[in-house]
Ligand binder design. Structure first.
Ligand SMILES: [Zn+2]
Ligand SMILES: [Zn+2]
Length: 135
């Protein structure tokens, strides 16, 4: 087995490619509400250097999110939220809905088990109905 590199490797080509630094839109300003530092086109962040570290540290101030009105799936109360995934007005409703779903699932499960047990009794008592064991 011999691997042959066809063509010549151009070292200058590699360098010029490395030099092509990614740049970002110009004229952007820091996303921090109290800051209008113009961001460098080489800065991939939405914040200036000062606020980028602040944002990275997790203490993000009220991020502008689209607020919408949602009816609670548990009690029907209309509430406002910026969280697209939120379905309940409160933790109480969330828990209640969760418990209700769990109960329903348990009920369905026990019904299924009862039906199965009943069927087992029927098939066991009636020899002609026995499935899968042909003597
Ligand atoms: Zn800033
Ligand atoms: Zn609710």
């Amino acid at each position: 087995m011999s691997t042959r590199i066809t063509g010549t490797l151009n070292p200058w080509g590699a360098v010029s490619q490395a030099r092509r630094v990614r740049s970002y839109q110009s004229g952007r300003i820091c996303s921090h509400p109290d800051c209008d530092t113009i961001l460098s086109i080489y800065n991939p962040s939405k914040y200036c250097t000062v606020h980028a570290s602040l944002a990275a540290s997790g203490r993000r101030r009220s991020a502008p999110r689209p607020i919408r009105e949602v009816a609670c799936e548990q009690c029907g109360t209309v509430f406002e939220t910026g969280n697209q995934a939120r379905k309940y007005c409160s933790d109480r409703c969330r828990m209640a809905a969760f418990a209700r779903r769990k109960r329903a699932a348990l009920r369905a499960e026990s019904r299924l088990q009862k039906a199965r047990a009943l069927q087992a009794v029927v098939t066991a008592s009636d020899g002609r109905e026995r499935v899968g064991s042909a003597a």
